[in-house]
Design a binder for this molecule. Sequence first.
Ligand code: SF4
Ligand code: SF4
Length: 454
Amino acid sequence: MARPQAPAYDKHVKIRPRPVKGRFQTLRKTAVVVLLLIFHALPFFQWNGRQAIWFDLANRRFYIFDLNIWPQDFILLTFILLGLALVLFFVTALLGRVWCGYACPQTVYTEVFLWIEEAVEGNRSEQLKLVRAPWSFNKIVKRVAKYGAWILVGLITGIGFVAYFYPIRQLIPDFFTGSLPLMGYFWILFYGGFCYMQAGIMREKFCKFMCPYARFQGAMFDRDTLIIAYDEERGEPRRRLKRKDRENPEDLGFCVDCTMCVQVCPTGIDIRDGLQLECIACALCIDACDGMMDQIGAPRGLIRYTSTKSLEGGTTRFLRPKTFGYGLVLSVAFTLFIFAIVTKSNVDLSIVRDRNVLSREIAGDQIQNIYNVNIMNKTERARSYVLSVSGIEGAVIDGKTEYDVGAAQVEDQTIRVNIPKASLSMPSQEILFTVTPDDDADDAVSIESKFLKL
Ligand code: SF4
Ligand code: SF4
């Protein structure tokens, strides 16, 4: 007889976590509000007469307060991204998935969408009742209100995101008057739709099946990493909340099998089955269990922040080779970043030899080469520069040597350099171009090129 086959795909049952009150939920709510405020308020800050944080893709320039990153400075952006990754590694090794539980955008927006769902449809049992109820005017109104509010949050999020690329003071009027470029509308809708999908529809499925961090964070865990765990020693064997059981606590564990920890879990897992990939360390099961422990007069902490080592009776070590290593690499990256900022030049010079005219002889027994010069003023004020040549005796620029370059502008020029034939001993010689701002000689930049004899 053929064996019945297990279905390849399980129909997903939507998780409707039960709301919970407690210190960690308060912390999460605070984190959500603070992070959203930061995200939406930052674009309104002005700095040097422009948006303080502005990724100006059209002109390929990124502004982060005083830091002005040009394509030539992308090493700085690399340091920033590397630093953020290292901070994540360091925090994960030390505190486990604290990022997932409190600060990940997926967590933050899911929390907002859940608040809306609860405000419109009521608590968990009212929501379930509404799902089972036949379509009625009341059900339609609630659904329209919920999805409408979600779409609104998605749109605000989309605008908040695009505001980092298109100044917000221009974005808001342009958005409402229909004068925003088509790509602006596209990205607002795209990012708003993405937010709606992730926080309204996908929710925990994103953490379970799509998040790459959830997959590799295990590599950063060790026996000292902070995790949220159920203390089997204290909890088992489980008991029901009956008076007779409470009178013999020595025979039974403290877990009353109320399943509150499962009902509040946004990913729908049972932490009593051990540490699982799906656990986002939101700590809501701690709040739920602490509440139950208070009710039965048992000590809190049956589910708590701990480490594998501590659960086995040892002492958690926060300072250990792994955290020390991440800390060290982080400090080195931070030092290099600061060094790169301090030594970053405010002017950039590029010299390209004219390929059409290799070299020519001119009057006065001189050789002339032609170059295309590119002076980039990376500051946010207009500056004047003096261009000079050196490295070969008698080298002079035949033409303009002083340039006024506007704030964050580039000056392109074609210049001629003349050198007496007698100074050229080889077919090709190094020549040094220097551009010097007239208000700060220390900011001068030099670049080498070749000068060709005939
Ligand atoms: S909330 Fe606490 S007492 Fe209730 S089932 Fe979970 S672990 Fe047991
Ligand atoms: S098991 Fe606890 S900490 Fe983990 S996701 Fe569920 S409620 Fe949050």
